[in-house]
Ligand binder design. Structure first.
Ligand SMILES: [Zn+2]
Ligand SMILES: [Zn+2]
Length: 336
């Protein structure tokens, strides 16, 4: 529910306000300029991955919420290690963003889902089907129940489509594969590149909602998933190189809901903010968790609200009060 809170209205208003206040050059920056920015990020990502030594993390989508039409895509990531790709979360946009990295679909080995909100899972099935056409080999998926049932149901729903392509292109049809359901903290999987473990995080009413830690040979990367500030996340991320944590900028969320109330939306500011705080992490708390965990780098992502008018410095400052390591404000297609 939280993720469906209607933040795009605020986003659009802010964008219009910032455009109105901007000089002529910026006003001209429409979809064409946005496309160029995406292409530029894609080129940088491809270059960084081509020369990569060791494990790399690509932030594919960095926005909170199932809101289409923004410059940031919904949440997804890919980690590339020894030529094998591991996708975490499949918000809308994951397939295009994955393709933009230049990582071949044949490299995709495993998919992990943190929880069953649409901004984390809605493009899980399409990634499989498009990936299959583009050369996906054996894949495994992990996530909360009922992921197995969801996978079977999706493949059944798209059987006709899959069969047409299989017949036409003489391909082996995309069939059911191993799905590991994760409903408790502990080890999830291990292969020759990585050991993955999960924790239960707090994101009511979604249960279970997961955080993950990926221990590669050369790097450890932890993900909070969607959660309130939680000591369990700090414990999971202890000593990791990178913690990717969701982040909410409370003053902007409050401004949004006040504007909504002023327009007649039947909700109280206090009730709405209590609801947001029961599900998500204010960015100042995220700094404390990163400091407790002792990570080298904190990546702020799943940004709420995901609007371009909040500067990186504005995002970074509240976390920097308590966290003394490196703080990165995630952007789509950023390679870390
Ligand atoms: Zn979310
Ligand atoms: Zn969520």
């Amino acid at each position: 529910m939280t993720d469906a809170s209607g933040l795009p209205n605020f986003s659009r208003r802010s964008l219009l306000a910032s455009l109105a206040a901007a000089p002529a050059l910026t006003v001209a920056a429409g979809p064409v300029a946005a496309q160029t920015a995406t292409e530029r990020w894609a080129e940088q990502a491809q270059a960084a991955l081509k020369d990569a030594k060791g494990t790399k993390l690509v932030m594919l989508g960095t926005a909170a919420g199932p809101v289409p039409g923004r410059s940031r895509q919904m949440t997804s990531h890919v980690m590339l290690s020894n030529g094998a790709a591991y996708v975490l979360d499949c918000g809308l946009g994951v397939t295009n963003q994955y393709a933009r990295t230049g990582i071949p679909f044949s490299a995709l080995r495993s998919i992990f889902i943190t929880h069953h909100h649409a901004d984390h899972n809605i493009e899980y099935g399409p990634l499989l089907v498009i990936g299959w056409i583009q050369g996906l080999k054996t894949v495994r998926a992990y996530g909360p129940p009922p992921l197995k049932q969801m996978t079977e149901d999706f493949l059944r729903a798209y059987k006709t489509t899959i069969d047409f392509w299989a017949e036409d292109l003489k391909m082996k049809p995309l069939g059911m594969f191993d799905v590991g359901e994760v409903s408790a903290a502990g080890p999830v999987m291990q292969d020759d590149n990585v050991k993955v473990s999960a924790i239960i995080v707090q994101h009511p009413p979604v249960t279970p909602a997961l955080g993950y830690r990926f221990d590669f040979h050369d790097r450890s990367i932890a993900f909070s998933g969607d959660t309130t500030p939680l000591d369990a996340v700090a414990q999971m991320a202890k000593g990791a190189d990178v913690l990717v944590h969701e982040a909410m900028y409370v003053p902007a969320v409050e401004a949004y809901v006040r504007a909504q109330v002023a327009q007649g939306r039947p909700v109280s500011v206090e009730a709405f903010m209590a609801h947001m705080k029961a599900d998500h992490s204010p960015v100042e708390d995220v700094g404390r968790i990163a400091e407790d965990a002792g990570v080298k780098t904190l990546v702020l992502s799943h940004l709420t609200p995901a609007i371009d008018s909040i500067s990186d410095d504005t995002w970074r400052a509240p976390a920097a009060k308590t966290f003394k390591g490196e703080i990165v404000v995630a952007h789509d297609l950023m390679v870390l």
